[in-house]
Design a protein. Structure first.
Length: 247
């Protein structure tokens, strides 16, 4: 299932039996004082592995790309970011490598929302190519299941922390979890405008949202809530891929 663990002979055989390559992509960026900077990478790999398991031998998982588009977190120590152009070129090169061996269907699972815009651009580029390019976020796929959260929530908040408590509890320092911005009235005018779902678009750094770069209250997260989000996301993404592979 994992391409990195195969020999080259096994990979050659997998081209014929597993036509879909799943590429998890994450980020190296701050997640408040209580979670590892690999959070988005861990979540992407966790979901990618589960999707492949559900596809029962029809997909392989490529090694994760652990860096993403994270300029909005660079105010916080340890964050590392790729430019959108570099991020897209990395994926182009990786897919071109595998395409030269016969793979033509690719599914990128991103654990980091900052990668979404670049992935949308790539999807347009491949419309006329002899290659199927699919991409999916993780948390957005199960947004309907996220309940009981703060008015303002998201990065390093309830849902992400819950997923990490399920996937990698050893990377969550529970005693260091602290609430970030939880209500709209706490936000500056630019940050509040950036949260609007419709109309003009504005991007701000996460230090503009909150001094710790956290949205929501991660202290309320549970591993059980994380299990529901992760496993349901894997179910839904795998169902999409299964329908495509069966066409």
């Amino acid at each position: 299932m994992r391409l990195a663990e195969m020999t080259t002979d096994q990979a050659a055989a997998a081209v014929r039996t597993a036509p879909l390559v799943i590429i998890p992509v994450g980020a190296q960026e701050q997640h408040g004082g209580g979670m590892a900077m690999s959070t988005d990478t861990v979540r992407a790999v966790g979901v990618a592995d589960r999707v492949a398991e559900r596809l029962a031998g029809r997909a392989v998982v490529a090694p994760v790309v652990p860096y993403g588009v994270s300029p909005h977190h660079l105010a916080f120590a340890g964050t590392m970011s790729l430019s959108p152009a570099t991020f897209m070129q990395v994926l182009r090169d990786l897919m071109a490598s595998l395409q030269s061996h016969g793979w033509k269907q690719f599914l990128v699972v991103t654990g980091h929302g900052g990668n979404n815009a670049a992935l949308s651009v790539l999807a347009q580029e491949y419309l006329r190519e002899d290659l199927t390019f699919i991409w999916t976020p993780v948390t957005e796929v199960v947004a309907d299941l996220i309940t009981g959260v703060s008015e303002v929530h998201g990065h390093a908040g309830e849902a992400e922390t819950a997923q990490m408590l399920y996937l990698a509890p050893e990377l969550v320092q529970a005693d260091r979890l602290e609430p970030g911005a939880t209500t709209l009235h706490e936000l500056s005018v630019p940050a509040r405008l950036a949260r609007r779902g419709r109309g003009p678009r504005l991007s701000v750094g996460f230090d503009e949202y909150h001094k710790r770069g956290v949205l929501g209250d991660p202290r309320t997260a549970t591993a059980e809530a994380g299990r529901l989000l992760v496993e349901t996301a894997a179910d839904r993404i795998a169902a999409f891929a299964d329908e495509l592979l069966s066409a």
